[in-house]
Design a protein around this ligand. Structure first.
Ligand SMILES: Cc1cc2nc3c(=O)[nH]c(=O)nc-3n(C[C@H](O)[C@H](O)[C@H](O)COP(=O)(O)O)c2cc1C
Length: 325
């Protein structure tokens, strides 16, 4: 059963700002920079497989569940299709000290879907409900939330949301597109009002968050005000911008030196945390984002793409700054 003391979602009294789970992007290193430079109200781990965590390979996945105290409140996001594995994983997440558990019912990845997980669950509300109940059983009172989409082939949010609200979900984030639409069309924020109205009619306590194409705190707050949803989540708009949630900072005013120093800090943290676990090349998508929109950015990016370590990046940045100051 829900334990109100543990339900951090209840403490918000203005639109909730959430950092999206982005697999391969919002890992422990990047999230720690958000905690330092512009803290969201809530963040999520990248999604982690319940089947994997319940297998002999568990140890190889545990780094996806690393977090720092500074990131709280933080939810672990999990995916799968076997209720028993959700229960066991929820127990683990509770032991690890997370603030909440989020169930992924939106991922369109074929490998995830063929397991009957991710957005496949939209087509199987009965299994989803079993999974939710099993997760709650293992969660030891931690709040359980859900991330989903408007539907699978078509927008069925009016019925699907009711299925979700029939559970004890403490928050529901809706990526405002169907699985079929992937991210190919603009997010349908017109549906956010429909969703907020359904939740109200259902007399639900669950917080409703809209997600898709947010590009500034100001824009997102306006979308919440217009639609009546309780908060918003941002994904792709945060690349290269750990200052995103700090409403006092105008990203355009961040000096080039600061931006590159923070990129270096990010690289250092990534190397310290993951050097033996993840390929250094995974950092390069971040380099592309940090090193853009200034004179010499293209040449800098080309050099950074050749780097193989934190030491290489440090040298490249120092040389660049010395010749551009
Ligand atoms: C690279 C990438 C990885 C993602 N990984 C996850 C994930 O692990 N879990 C999840 O629920 N959604 C994941 N998503 C979806 C995002 O959380 C978000 O719903 C989507 O990008 C729409 O929001 P946006 O327009 O602000 O990016 C991912 C999206 C991208 C682009």
């Amino acid at each position: 059963m829900e334990n109100n003391e543990k339900n951090f979602w209840k403490k918000f009294d203005s639109p909730v700002m959430a950092l999206a789970p982005l697999s391969g992007v919002t890992d422990a290193a990047f999230r720690r920079l958000f905690a330092k430079y512009g803290k969201p109200d809530v963040c999520f781990t990248e999604f982690v497989s319940c089947d994997g965590l319940c297998s002999e390979g568990r140890d190889r996945l545990l780094h996806d569940l690393w977090f720092d105290e500074s990131e709280r409140p933080i939810c672990a996001q999990i995916f799968g299709s076997k209720p028993e594995n959700f229960r066991e994983t929820a127990e683990l997440i509770n032991e690890l000290g997370f603030d909440g558990i989020d169930i992924n019912t939106g991922c369109p990845d074929k490998n995830v879907e063929k397991q009957g997980a991710g957005s496949s669950l939209i087509k199987n509300p009965a299994l989803f409900k079993e999974i939710f109940a099993a997760t709650e059983e293992g969660a030891g009172g931690l709040p359980v939330s859900v991330k989903t989409r408007l539907g699978y082939d078509e927008n069925i949010i009016e019925t699907w949301l009711v299925d979700i609200l029939d559970t004890n979900a403490t928050a529901v984030t809706v990526h405002l597109r169907t699985r079929q639409e992937m991210s190919k069309i603009p997010a349908r924020w017109d549906q956010a009002k429909v969703i907020a109205d359904i939740a109200r009619q259902h007399d639900s306590d669950a917080l409703i968050l809209g997600n898709g194409d947010v590009n500034s705190v100001e824009q997102a707050m306006k979308l919440c005000e217009e639609s009546g949803v309780d908060g918003w989540m941002i994904g792709r708009g945060i690349f290269g911008n750990p200052w995103f949630f700090d409403q006092e900072i105008n990203p355009a005013e961040i000096s080039l030196e600061t931006r590159l120093e923070v990129m270096l800090e990010h690289t250092k943290l990534y190397s310290e945390l993951f050097s033996d676990l993840k390929n250094f090349a995974l950092m390069k998508k971040h380099f592309k984002a940090y090193a853009s929109d200034f004179t010499g950015a293209k040449e800098l990016r080309i050099s950074l793409m050749e780097s193989n370590s934190y030491t290489d990046v440090k040298e490249i940045i120092e040389t660049f700054l010395a010749s551009h100051s």
